[in-house]
Design a protein around this ligand. Structure first.
Ligand SMILES: *Cc1c(COP(=O)(O)O)cnc(C)c1O
Length: 383
């Protein structure tokens, strides 16, 4: 019985091999490794795909978040970093980097619980937290977790009412839309990751910042190059965080397959939905009327689970099926956030999700039979 992985990047490479090899070979010939022509071309294509004015490639998605926040501090406070009293609302049920970026920009994360249907931050809780911490909150980082877009109409209107910024964490949502807009194109700034396993993945680390704001784009562009327009005479505390030419070339080649692959992910999700819908102990991912979910992960939740999630994972492992837990520990439980975060109310949905979610393989090229086999194997699991 052959093994089913979460993703099969070799299979994807073979599918796109001709285009990727041509792109890499072009770089080998021109040898312009730092901010070469492919970086500019990639930035233009991404800006147009997302529907924004500016796109600035970065060395990772984490850097995209940190640099966006630093640019906001520079622009709105006239200071290099935010102050520890400045609170930024986000979800504790996300990858470490979302919260870590807030700390690195000098501010403090204010963790607000999630909605148990979408796993995204609960907009009602955002409103409550804003009342409780009136005047202290400077921004929101919504995370479009698993590729399921947050309700951006509500988040944009909350941000406008309270005069706070939005930095979207789109690391998992490349190609997802809310209404007729791409994630990342809502007010202020969008941050993407091209970590190899993301929906658009490089052959190493890479990321990008997108924005409509000229001034912010200019500052981010300085920050990726040591903090100045001229790297021999800099203005800000900067980074060496450029998108590699080689990664840009690979990403350009892969961008041509993105919409097709997101559709393939959705087809696999559909097979799972149809074959798991009669299992009463499992909660399936929910799509929203206004949202185009790109299934970076297809994540189920075991209802009323007390440790059975790990047993299900073991059961599937024994059948040769790899699964993953995103994420086993909410951010407020991590040591790095000890006394460095503020928690609004109970985070029980985040805690519950951490102990009961399981992500199934969504390799766009894996084929229907494998999805079927996984669903059948789940059906055989006994509590
Ligand atoms: C992957 C990811 C990041 C970080 O991106 P890197 O490119 O790995 O630095 C940030 N936030 C979320 C939600 C992610 O999934």
């Amino acid at each position: 019985m052959n093994h089913i992985q979460m993703l099969d990047l070799k299979l994807e490479y073979d599918y796109m091999k001709d285009n990727i090899d041509i792109a890499i070979n072009k770089c080998l010939e021109h040898q312009k490794w730092i901010l070469g022509p492919e970086v500019k071309e990639f930035e233009e294509k991404i800006a147009s795909y997302i529907g924004v004015k500016h796109c600035i490639g970065t060395a990772s998605g984490t850097d995209a978040l940190v640099l966006s926040l630093r640019a906001l501090a520079i622009k709105t406070k006239g200071k290099e970093y935010f102050d520890r009293e400045d609170l930024i609302i986000t979800t504790p049920f996300t990858f470490t980097a979302t919260g870590d970026a807030i700390l690195r920009a000098g501010a403090t994360p204010l963790f607000v619980d999630i909605n148990l249907k979408t796993y995204n931050v609960d907009t009602n809780k955002i409103k409550e937290a804003l009342k409780e911490y009136k005047g202290k909150v400077i921004g929101i980082i919504p995370v479009h977790l698993y590729g399921n877009p947050c309700n951006m109409d509500e988040i944009v209107s909350i941000a406008k009412e309270n005069n706070i910024f939005i930095v979207e964490d789109c690391a998992q949502s490349f190609g997802a839309t809310w209404g007729n807009k791409q994630t990342g194109s809502f007010d202020d700034t969008g941050c993407f990751s091209f970590f190899p396993s993301k929906n658009l993945g490089a052959f190493g680390d890479a990321g990008t910042v997108v924005t409509d704001d000229d001034e912010r784009a200019e500052i981010v562009r300085m920050l990726i190059k040591h903090g100045g327009k001229d790297k021999y005479n800099v203005e800000y505390i900067g980074y060496n965080s450029r998108l590699d030419t080689l990664q840009a070339a690979i990403l350009l080649a892969k961008l041509g397959y993105l919409d097709e692959f997101n559709e393939k992910r959705r087809k696999i999700a559909k097979i799972y939905n149809e074959n798991l819908k009669n299992i009463d102990w499992i909660e399936l991912p929910e799509e929203q009327d206004n949202g185009y979910h790109v299934y970076h992960q297809y994540t189920v939740r075991l209802k009323e689970a007390k440790g059975e999630r790990d047993a299900l994972q073991k059961h599937l492992h024994e059948k040769g099926i790899q699964t993953m837990v995103y994420y086993p520990l909410p951010l407020h439980r991590m040591k790095v956030f000890n006394r460095k975060c503020v928690v609004y109310g109970s985070l029980k949905n985040s805690e519950l999700s951490a102990s009961s979610v399981l992500s199934l393989p969504v390799e766009p090229l894996m084929g229907n039979e494998k999805a079927q086999r996984i669903a059948d194997s789940i059906g055989l699991f006994k509590f």
